[in-house]
Ligand binder design. Structure first.
Ligand SMILES: C[C@H](O)[C@H](O)[C@H]1CNC2=NC(N)=NC(=O)C2=N1
Length: 236
């Protein structure tokens, strides 16, 4: 619990400052629902120190790009889709840090929404072992519960892909509700990156970035066009 609060406060500080914000003896993780030993933030398991993250990338582009200030927690439902201003403010840094946008039909429901296409943010993280990937998922579960925001996870051995959209969302004022990308997702994406890098930084693990999936970085206009062409008949 404390770890997530600390994370929020320090999410956007430079790495060196973050290290100062995370004296390991102060970090406490609430008990886990299942017990694959400790988390990477936990001080008890020194054997996991150096390998939470796979250090495949040593090029300059692997340095995480600094994010603008974290959006405040969003209250109320449905949540508005991100605006052109939000897109301008956050998407450049999200793209540079390996996030992408996809339009997914995986969320359609045969009975109510047979051909629904949902815009969402996604990113794949790579780990040094299956166990470390599972530990990251445990930490994500805590973050999801703290944020009251739930993403879809795909765990494939040492890779964890995160897909995040907001179910209860609204494209524009007065329109019908439709799932999509909101500031809840932007905030969640930034917090997940921070979780990932803080855990490895706290352990002095070196390169804290993940390998980036090659997903085209849509401009706002392309994003709007994709929404128009790929969303359910009638548009949004
Ligand atoms: C009442 C509760 O907060 C809502 O059901 C939340 C839970 N988590 C959620 N997560 C996501 N991704 N989208 C939502 O609309 C959503 N709704």
């Amino acid at each position: 619990m404390l770890a997530v609060h600390s994370l929020r406060r320090s999410a956007l500080l430079p790495r060196s400052a973050r290290i100062r914000c995370f004296p390991l003896h102060l970090i406490h993780i609430a008990p886990r629902p299942f017990s694959t030993s400790t988390t990477a933030l936990d001080t008890k398991d020194a054997t996991l120190d150096a390998s939470y993250v796979r250090h495949g990338r040593t090029d300059a582009s692997s340095t995480p790009r600094q994010y603008p200030p974290l959006p405040d927690p969003v209250s109320g439902w449905p949540t508005p889709w991100i605006t052109a201003e939000d897109f301008e403010r956050y998407m450049g840094a999200l793209y540079d840090n390996g996030w992408g946008i996809r339009f997914s039909s995986a969320h359609s429901k045969p009975t109510t929404h047979p051909s629904r296409v949902v815009p969402e943010l996604l990113k794949t993280y790579h780990f040094g072992s299956d166990e470390l990937a599972v530990k990251f998922v445990e930490d994500l579960k805590e973050l999801m519960s703290e944020e009251h925001h739930h993403c879809v996870l795909r765990v494939a051995n040492t890779q964890v892909t995160i897909y995040t959209h907001t179910h209860s969302a609204r494209p524009t004022l007065g329109s019908k509700n439709a799932p999509g990308i909101t500031l809840r997702d932007v905030r969640f994406a930034m917090l997940v990156d921070s979780l990932y890098s803080n855990e490895s930084v706290a352990k002095d693990a070196g390169d804290a970035s993940s390998s980036h999936v090659q997903i085209p970085s849509l401009s706002w206009d392309e994003y709007q066009n994709s929404i128009r062409t790929s969303m359910a008949p009638g548009g949004v």
